[in-house]
Ligand binder design. Structure first.
Ligand code: MN
Length: 374
């Protein structure tokens, strides 16, 4: 009997953990988490499904282990992700922009900070949390899948770029912990659902950044009982009508495609107000033009307070990351990146955005892929 239990444990553990997770790092993580009572989990500004999914998964896991864990986002999470926290949990999730004093107090008084889905303390990633984070004296643990982490900022770094999402990396970390022993059924339904949500949104529902480990994770979470139909319903089928109407309008009358195969759409403030657009509701718009054969890269520009938010997606062979870095003050993943345009440094106002995009993407495609675009 005991032998059986040990065997089962060993099978779970060795089949269901990943060699990307270093044993010593897990030991250090357990040590750091063991000596801290109050912990803060944070992620990047404008939290997306991966940020919200991985943060709520970790908060649930820590609270179930008896820890006092809070999530502090630099700003508010979008309404369409609110289903990832119940009414009690929402009391433990705050926005530094809305509650600066409470956020700074928690950051200063906690014993450990988890930084998820971002890897540098910059205004463009941390917003109102940049200063409190940079000044916090406690240990900080990074769990992230973006390129070029600033390792010096953290006591412990889990950084992996050949992975779908932060939620997936967190999943494999949790599987390597003694509490689970590699058995996904040891995760509570809430933790499992949050992890699945993060991975699903960052892969655009298994359309990109899918690795063998990603499908293994999905399979293990399904076996553990995650209700994927309910999750997909929440993530993709609860939008208001105006979102699809706006997407239709953008695709029909605003999208331009350049001779280099770059599609771009620009969304101004006036149109956003007209359609009553809320944060998070344009999520995924940038992917749509990639369904056109000749399109190799898609750029979506949205007017924001004093700057323009830029999302870039590309097909294999074209680097969204290098384009974002070179011309849009940003970066990210090879095929999925983001950045910003500033006025007046880059463009005078939104009327110049189209001209700017055409000019720099033509330069980019020519420099990187030659005059014939190959
Ligand atoms: Mn992510």
């Amino acid at each position: 009997m005991i032998c059986n239990i040990i065997c089962n444990f060993a099978i779970h553990f060795f089949m269901n953990t990943m060699n990307i997770i270093d044993r010593e790092d897990i030991g250090r993580l357990c040590m750091l988490a063991g000596k801290a009572e109050r912990m803060v989990i944070t992620a990047h500004i404008r939290p997306d499904g991966d940020a919200m999914g991985s943060c709520t998964a970790l908060m649930r896991f820590l609270r179930e282990s008896g820890k006092e864990a809070y999530i502090i986002f630099p700003d508010r999470y979008p309404d369409n992700l609110a289903f990832l926290a119940d009414s009690t949990e929402r009391d433990f999730i705050l926005s530094a922009e809305d509650e600066p004093a409470r956020a700074a107090g928690l950051v200063a008084s906690c014993g450990l900070i988890f930084c998820l889905d971002f890897n540098k303390f910059e205004d463009s990633r941390c917003g109102a949390l940049r200063k409190p984070l940079a000044e916090a004296a406690c240990d900080k643990v990074l769990i992230d899948h973006h390129l070029f982490p600033d390792r010096d900022l953290f006591s412990l770094v889990f950084s992996e770029t050949e992975i779908s999402s932060t939620a997936e990396l967190l999943f494999w970390i949790l599987m390597a912990l003694p509490q689970t022993g590699g058995d996904p059924k040891k995760l509570s339904p809430g933790v499992a659902a949050s992890l699945m949500a993060g991975m699903t949104t960052d892969t655009n529902n298994f359309a990109n950044s899918v690795f063998p480990s990603t499908l293994r994770m999905a399979s293990m979470l399904l076996e553990a009982g995650v209700d994927r139909d309910a999750l997909l319903g929440h993530l993709y089928n609860e939008y208001p009508e105006r979102r699809l109407r706006l997407l239709g309008k953008l695709l029909y009358s605003e999208m331009k495609i350049t001779e280099d195969g770059v599609a771009y759409m620009i969304l101004d403030r006036k149109t956003m107000t007209e359609y009553g657009l809320r944060e998070g509701e344009t999520e995924g718009f940038v992917n749509e033009p990639l369904s056109i054969g000749k399109v190799r890269m898609s750029i979506f520009i949205k007017e924001d307070n004093g700057y323009f938010r830029v999302s870039i997606r590309s097909k294999k062979g074209v680097s969204a990351n290098r384009c974002a870095k070179k011309y849009f003050n940003g970066g990210g993943h090879e095929l999925a990146s983001g950045g910003r345009l500033y006025a007046p440094a880059d463009i005078k106002d939104i009327s110049e955005a189209a001209g700017y995009v055409e000019r720099v993407t033509h330069a980019f495609m020519t420099e990187e892929y030659g005059p014939d675009g190959k």
